[in-house]
Design a binder for this molecule. Sequence first.
Ligand code: GRF
Length: 195
Amino acid sequence: KRVAILISGGGSNMVSLVRSMTGDHPARPCLVLANSADAGGLARAAEMGIATEVLDHRPFKGDRGQFENALHTVISGYAPDIICLAGFMRVLTEGFVSRWQGRMINIHPSLLPKYRGLHTHARALEAGETEAGCTVHEVTAALDDGPILGQARVPVLDGDTPEALAARVLEMEHQLYPAALRRFAAGDRTPILLE
Ligand code: GRF
């Protein structure tokens, strides 16, 4: 299986995914694409010998349809079987999702269905949650929705700041996402639960 990974920032999840696709793993990375040329993950992908592309969304000035058409064209050129969104910060509309539905997964830093959207850790702390975590799910047109492929839980500790909680969750993301991708690539949809 060929895997394209979409990023917007440092790409720590992308690195974990790339490093996991070795040996008898059924998938291999074929592309890392960022929506900004200054995404730190691009250099990390290049260091690992992965083809990279940049498709800046800003020249499309809010014309999501045109951006997504360009995105589809660039990605299709690498013929991926699976798309992994990994810290990709652009909302994808039905127009794009429908062309990849069932072949596109995402990691979100909350225990879905709680805390869809942004600032998940601050919101969880604000709500007095005693545990938090991350979720890998199939991407559908509804934001941070779709069938859950895996979840990992972490405790919320006294005095946690959003940054401290984010770091604890990110550690688990780096374990959960590779495990969920391996199962997904093997055609197994059994959800993974990590404590
Ligand atoms: C992190 O906040 C992670 O929780 C979310 O995207 C952000 C950046 O991740 N998935 P990465 O280091 O770019 O993979």
